[in-house]
Ligand binder design. Sequence first.
Ligand code: KIV
Length: 267
Amino acid sequence: MNKITIKDIIKKKGRSKISMLTCYDYSFAKVLDEAGLDMILVGDSLANVVLGMEETRRVSVTEMLNHTRAVAKAVKHSLVVADMPYTSYQKDPKKCLYYAKKFMAAGADAVKIEWFQKCPYVVEKLIKNKIPVMGHIGLTPQTAHLLGGYKVQGKDKLSADNLLKQAKQLEKLGVFSLVLECIPLELSRQITKSLKVPTIGIGAGKYCDGQVLVLYDFLGLYQGKKLKFTRAYLNLFSQAKTAVRRFVREVEKGKFPNKSESFSLKK
Ligand code: KIV
């Protein structure tokens, strides 16, 4: 399988749907890559599902860079997108290019930027400096506290029009794709139709050009609140728990390790 490029992702619009999952480590990145996933997002959901933090805003640049490096090392096929954490561009937008270069040097093929007041400034600056950018509008977790919490966005005409405007503005600035999070499917359909670049939905219904899920929701591993729009393709939490219980029993009973799992002295 060849390495997927930004051009390949854009060309898929209207031809075939785009698949994306988040990923945070080398071993799972290998699974996703070998299975033929189009894009891997080193999401700042790392904060919640891996580091046990309440808010994605808390994850540091160093943590995100470490996980981006681990994922990029494993990937031969999928396009790797690194989520820029809050502190790398929202705290001081002027520093966005400095940090984006660090993510590219860590092995990312592109970075993702969530909508906030200075988003157009950041996106323009990065794209002018040849850094491919994926936008993210709708429910933007880094600024969820300003949106009334983790709620569906764009339900009324005013906020729907506003989201459409943001999408068009980001396309004009040159994003190569756009994540639509937690918005009504009628609105994501309208946005998808009005853009030339692909939309990737999470909680945005079936009309998007692609779909993204958080890996640990997809695997049935994360035990946080069950969200309406996620689908667990495995029940890894319960399967892993059963396996650990078996290990505990086998260690207690002296059944692990056996002879073939042990070393012997030379005769
Ligand atoms: O960090 C993340 O997991 C994300 C997805 C929800 C798109 O940004």
